[in-house]
Design a protein around this ligand. Structure first.
Ligand SMILES: [Zn+2]
Length: 245
């Protein structure tokens, strides 16, 4: 997307455990119809080792799930990935920087390892904000609501498609205030904090996707103002990149 005169910017995502470097192919489609590919090599930041968060949890959290539940989780994960892929088909909708969905304290960072009763399970692929049931959850930026549903792990969820491949998601809500297809404003209240899904207490789990890849939503906030799409800019010809390790 164009953000300043003469400069074009693109965003991309890499899996959380990626290390070393990667080459991104930026596909540039000229108005003439000609296509060029610019190859750019990036060095990835070192991935911090998982930080354990011992949680004394009820055995219902560590008991193996039955086949029907595993199939349901797989279906829901596939649905979420598909929403991410479809976000590439929509031009970027945001005209200002991304906001945190709550102003409260962050209680768990993105990427931290999780210990359940002494066993390391998966990395935490979102950011947790403190909150009591009923407190507000705000849309991080302008977008179209892609999904409102009830997921086994995430409980009541809202997914917002911001275009340009970017999706933000809001989990464990006690109540949702929007419907699929709604256009939401940056900072609009879209739901209430809750403890639905597989959680030990009320909080907001905030997630983000770039296409099918889960990324740190705070990286969107860190982009700041320089990344917004000015109203005079055209849909990004160069915003879609494909990365190869
Ligand atoms: Zn979380």
């Amino acid at each position: 997307m164009r953000s300043t005169a003469g400069a074009w910017h693109a965003i991309g995502g890499v899996p959380v455990d990626s290390e070393g470097s990667l080459v991104a192919n930026a596909v540039i489609q000229r108005a003439s119809g000609k296509t060029e590919i610019a190859r750019v090599r990036f060095t990835l930041p070192k991935v911090p080792p998982p930080v354990s968060q011992p949680l004394a949890v009820d055995s219902s959290f560590t008991r193996p799930l039955d086949a029907a539940t595993i199939a349901r989780i797989d279906r829901e994960n596939a649905h979420a990935r598909e929403i991410g892929r479809l976000a590439h088909d929509r031009p970027p909708m945001w005209t200002a920087s991304f906001l945190k969905p709550r102003t409260s304290v962050i209680t768990s960072e993105f990427g931290s390892g999780r210990l359940f009763n002494g066993a390391l399970t998966t990395r935490h692929l979102g950011v947790d904000f403190r909150g009591a049931v009923g407190e507000p959850v705000l849309a991080s930026n302008r977008g179209v609501v892609a999904l409102v549903d009830n997921f086994f792990l995430a409980g009541n969820v809202v997914y917002v498609d911001h275009g340009g491949g970017v999706v933000t998601a809001y989990f464990h809500l006690s109540k949702t205030l929007v419907a699929a297809g709604d256009t939401v404003k940056r900072g609009q209240q879209i739901g209430l904090v809750g403890n639905t899904g597989r959680v030990t207490g009320p909080h907001l789990h905030w997630a983000a996707r770039y296409g099918a890849i889960t990324v740190n939503p705070l990286d969107l906030v860190a982009l700041g103002g320089k990344w917004y799409v000015s109203s005079s800019s055209r849909p990004a010809a160069a915003s879609r990149t494909s990365a190869a390790r």
